[in-house]
Write a protein that binds this ligand. Structure first.
Ligand code: HEM
Length: 499
């Protein structure tokens, strides 16, 4: 049985810090690599590891984690051969033309319009440090700062104070540590964990084998899907970045579990995908209300909520429509121990095209049997770590209209960006020809703003005697920024200080 080296793993991937309701994601450049390495040689001790939460002697009410872009590792001094040992997706970055096309980042979501992250790792930009003038200069690293107030965990204001105090302490030393802040994004979670459209989120997560967590066996996924150095769902070790050209203190790194004899800079680390996704809450609910109006033109709130649940795959409470097809049971629900083949083989309860069923078809993938489906689904899972940004508004359940920009700072962990995050976004998210779907995208993450003339943007609801079609889905998500990061182990942080 796999046992994770929890003390060497940064905590955010395993623990999620759900009790830390306030967070600040700080994006920085390294302006002096020597000073930054000196800082790293000590600051690895401040990073929260996966054991901190359970080890009472190490309990802390402020958490800190760190992640680097490919450019960041290069500026820090990792040499070219070793930089090239990282996967192509990470090296190229989210905005290289090919990856951008795959992800569907066009029109209002095109990287040229992003607030940050629009810097391609493959571009010809010089290695000279550039005075950061706006958010589109290359990001080198992201510091993730979390806070919670031990007296009252549900009070976001108190968590905010703890987080911001900690941030101020760190910030006071950025300059002497060779760092310069480009910008930051504040993240929140709500006590009921609802995202801005009003649906409870973060319920379905894979359980990493060896993490100590228990749950339904269908949710237990091999550690190598998320962490380098462990076997994955293919029964092999993931393609980890190895030190191919000696540099730095190699005694700090473990050897490659795959047996190559090289030192593994990836072990106990992962890739972290971040996307700032603006949500048009008003457009979302206006669309649902319009599509479900009573014959006299008035809103039909019950039908509007039902269509929203069909689109998402869960009711606003979090209850899965597969188990509660007619009505939201109303009480907050974390029910996740269900499958589609047994309860809903024909999509009559949870449509095949819903966001939930597309993102994780569980044991019911198209024409595959139960066992094979489950195996396939497990090869495309991600650990989601989203936080909300912007003002949280509590309006009526079908007509929220927040002020200013709101959205999800979507984040996920995976060992293979291409097979996991990107696959979900461009294959299961966009693929039109999923079982009995004709030309449908994922209604939340796959809708095109300007589809070609022959392309329809429909949502098909399997029904008897005939299916129903909800036409002209609007695009309710706009990508405002994003980047691929390497989320190193504690040993690797110590090693990076020596390159
Ligand atoms: C603003 C954008 C998004 C919103 C509002 C949203 C909302 C939701 C909600 C409400 C759930 C159900 C809660 C749960 O099962 O945990 C969910 C599940 C999920 N979403 Fe999203 N999501 C968004 C973007 C994305 C993106 C970009 C991806 C990946 C490319 C993604 C992948 C998933 C996955 C894998 C699940 C779990 C499915 C399962 O295991 O049953 N989501 N999302």
């Amino acid at each position: 049985m796999t046992k994770l080296e929890l003390e060497d793993i940064q905590g955010y991937i395993i623990r999620g810090y759900a009790h830390m309701m306030y967070s600040r994601f700080v994006y920085l450049q390294i302006t002096d690599a020597t000073a930054a390495k000196k800082w790293l040689s000590k600051s690895w001790e401040d990073m929260t590891t996966a054991v901190h939460i359970h080890d009472k002697s190490k309990i802390s009410y402020k958490h800190l984690n760190i992640a680097f872009t490919h450019k960041g590792l290069s500026v820090l001094g990792l040499n070219e051969e070793n930089l090239n040992a990282f996967s192509r997706e990470f090296r190229q970055g989210m905005v290289s033309p090919h990856r951008s096309r795959l992800l569907g980042d066009a029109d209002s979501s095109a990287p040229e319009k992003w607030n940050w992250g629009n810097y391609s790792g493959d571009s010809d930009e010089t290695d000279d440090f550039i005075e950061p003038k706006d958010r589109n200069f290359p990001i080198h690293l992201c510091l993730m700062v979390f806070g919670n107030d031990k007296e009252s965990v549900d009070d976001i204001k108190k968590d905010k104070i703890v987080c911001l105090k900690y941030y101020e302490e760190l910030k006071a030393k950025f300059a002497e540590n060779g760092l310069e802040e480009l910008f930051s994004i504040d993240g929140q979670t709500q006590p009921d964990n609802k995202e801005h459209f009003g649906f409870r989120d973060g319920i379905s997560q894979p359980i990493i084998e060896g993490s100590g967590r228990v749950g339904p066996k269908d949710d237990v996924v091999k550690a190598g899907e998320f962490l380098f150095g462990y076997e994955n769902e293919f029964g092999v070790y993931p393609d980890t970045p190895l030190i191919v050209k000696d540099q730095g203190n190699l005694n700090l790194l473990a050897p490659d579990a795959g047996g190559s004899g090289l030192k593994d800079i990836g072990r106990n680390g992962s890739f972290l995908v971040m996307r700032q996704l603006e949500q048009d809450v008003h457009k979302f609910w206006t669309f649902l209300n319009e599509k479900t109006k009573n014959p006299d033109g008035t809103n039909n709130e019950e039908e509007s909520l039902k269509l929203g649940a069909k689109i998402m795959g869960r009711w606003q409470s979090g209850a899965p429509i597969t188990l509660f097809p007619d009505k939201d049971p109303g009480v907050i629900s974390d029910i996740n121990d269900f499958g589609y083949s047994k309860f809903d083989p024909d999509g009559l309860k949870c449509p095949f095209g819903s966001h939930l069923r597309r993102s994780n078809p569980r044991e019911s993938v198209d024409d595959h049997g139960v066992k094979e489906s489950l195996k396939l689904s497990k090869q495309h899972r991600i650990i989601r770590r989203a936080r909300l940004y912007g003002q949280i508004f509590e309006g009526s359940p079908t007509n929220t209209n927040p002020e200013g920009e709101v959205g999800l700072l979507f984040a996920c962990f995976n060992a293979d960006i291409s097979r996991q995050f990107e696959f979900l976004q461009y294959t299961w998210g966009k693929l039109p020809k999923v079982k009995e779907l004709y030309n449908d995208p994922d209604p939340i993450i796959g809708v095109k703003e300007n589809p070609d003339a022959e392309e329809e943007q429909n949502f098909t609801i399997q029904d008897l005697p005939v299916n129903r079609t909800v036409s002209d889905l609007p695009r309710v998500i706009t990508v405002k920024g994003g980047a691929y990061f390497f989320f190193p182990s504690i040993s690797t942080l110590r090693y990076l200080a020596t390159v």
